[in-house]
Design a protein around this ligand. Structure first.
Ligand SMILES: Nc1nc2c(c(=O)[nH]1)N[C@H]1C(S)=C(S)[C@@H](COP(=O)(O)O)O[C@H]1N2
Ligand SMILES: [Mo]
Length: 426
């Protein structure tokens, strides 16, 4: 590559030498070249004059050197961009919060532009008082803020029959994790009065969006009253248009398809609608040709985001940070194990912080890489005691006909050069 990468390599080595001197465990990372490094000894352009003023970026974008950290599509999957999918660059992110600007999108009839002033949310059906809320109305109910992942049921769906897409972004990038602010669905249902509906057992809500597809889904009342949210902020700011501005439904731990964007109507019913999105789609065909339905929960899953095919090891042997994401729709992640040898032996990774229910967890495993090939795997455990299955275990139960709900353990083969590829081990 260019001069500048060589330069930053040199300054990194200098840093590592400093770290070793203070007793950190990075001693073997390389000799220092601090002496004579113009980046240290010379006054640089950026220090010789003034930087940008505070009026240069009223709303900031990532610096130009990060312009590869973007949503991407897979050409053969993206027949048209209106009814389609793109993928979060999870390989290049760290921490747990997904910036809205690069969080994957899935729309069935394109992303619509809906002004707050034109927004209406209706609650009708088996309620005391059918109601219509404006956006301003919603802002006056008691508010909550909570962080959840949204995973499309089809995430990793192209990998059912074998290793196919080469990159964590493509195999596992139909996921994002945001801090949502809004009101609970329970608050609004209570406002409309659920009592007239009598016994709540067996009741459902049917939720639909304002876009042409409407993406209607039926949700059991227990879930609706438990933790669903009517969200109008994500990561502190207004929802982006592509994520449902001004209001979307949040259905923690359940498949992304139920998180209706541009939410416009909630009907309380005594049975599910059996809409297109819950019959011909989002059902799982088994080996014998029958289909599972109402497979709402996203089971525990994990992925090593680096190293990975888009994130090869470029620094040679020595200290290596292995990192990734884990999540469970059934609760909080309690542990993540990492294997370097395709699942023969496992080591427990470090969680960046204790797992939160139905939110992404970040894990790290710091190793001293000897430069030999690895078959990297990660396996998540949640607080129900569930352990992420191997692909073989999953196929034994579910066959090969499914698209949705593939939470099998992923393998990256890393060769001696540090390049990684999507493979399967038997
Ligand atoms: N109104 C509406 N809601 C929708 C969809 C849609 O097309 N229209 N797509 C669904 C699907 S399949 C998924 S995976 C998530 C994607 O949310 P995102 O685009 O914010 O990532 O939204 C869901 N909600
Ligand atoms: Mo989806």
């Amino acid at each position: 590559m260019t001069d500048s990468s060589a330069k930053s390599g040199a300054s990194r080595r200098a840093f590592l030498k400093g770290a070793a001197a203070t007793g950190a465990a990075l001693g073997a990372a390389g000799a220092a070249h601090a002496e004579g490094d113009p980046l240290i000894t010379e006054v640089q352009d950026w220090a010789a004059g003034l930087g940008d003023g505070v009026d240069a970026t009223p709303y900031g974008m990532p610096i130009e050197f990060e312009d590869h950290v973007i949503r991407r599509t897979v050409e053969w999957l993206t027949a048209d961009t209106i009814s389609s999918i793109n993928f979060t660059p999870i390989h290049a992110l760290d921490g747990t919060i997904t910036p809205q600007g690069c969080a994957f999108e899935r729309h069935h009839s394109g992303a619509i532009t809906l002004r707050k002033e034109d927004y209406r949310l209706m609650i009708n059906g088996m309620v005391d008082t059918p109601l219509v809320f404006t956006y301003e109305d919603l802002e006056r109910f008691p508010r909550v803020t909570r962080t959840f992942f949204l995973e499309c049921a089809a995430n990793t769906g192209m990998e059912w029959a074998g290793a196919q897409l080469n990159g964590a972004q493509y195999t596992h990038g139909m996921i994002h994790n945001m801090e949502y602010t809004g009101v609970t669905l329970r608050t609004l249902l209570e406002e409309a009065g659920l009592d007239a509906a009598g016994d709540l057992a067996g009741k459902w809500v049917y939720v639909e969006g304002a876009d042409a597809s409407s993406n209607g889904r039926s949700i059991p009342m227990e879930k609706a009253l438990d933790d669903c949210m009517i969200a109008f902020k994500a990561n502190g700011e207004a929802l982006r248009m592509e994520h449902g501005y001004p209001v979307r439904l949040v259905v923690p731990g359940w498949e992304g398809n139920m998180w209706v964007k541009w939410l416009r109507r909630i009907e309380v019913m005594d049975k599910p609608v059996e809409s297109r999105e819950e019959t011909s789609k989002y059902t799982d065909t088994m080996a014998d040709g029958t289909s599972r339905k109402w497979t709402w929960t996203m089971d525990a899953k994990s992925i090593i985001t680096s190293p990975s095919p888009q994130m090869p090891i470029t620094h040679g042997k020595g200290p290596l940070v292995i990192t990734g994401l884990a999540w469970s729709g059934n609760g909080a992640i309690t542990a993540v194990d990492v294997s370097l040898d395709g699942g023969v032996t496992w080591q427990e990774a470090r969680l960046a912080e204790p797992g939160k229910p139905m939110a992404l967890s970040r894990f790290y495993l710091d190793i001293d890489w000897d430069g030999s090939e690895m078959f990297l795997q990660s396996r998540a455990m949640d607080d129900t005691g569930y352990v992420q299955p191997t692909k073989a275990q999953l196929r034994e139960v579910r066959g090969l006909n499914s698209i949705y709900h593939n939470n099998g353990i992923q393998t990256w083969h890393v060769n001696a050069e540090g390049e990684a590829n999507n493979v399967e081990v038997s």
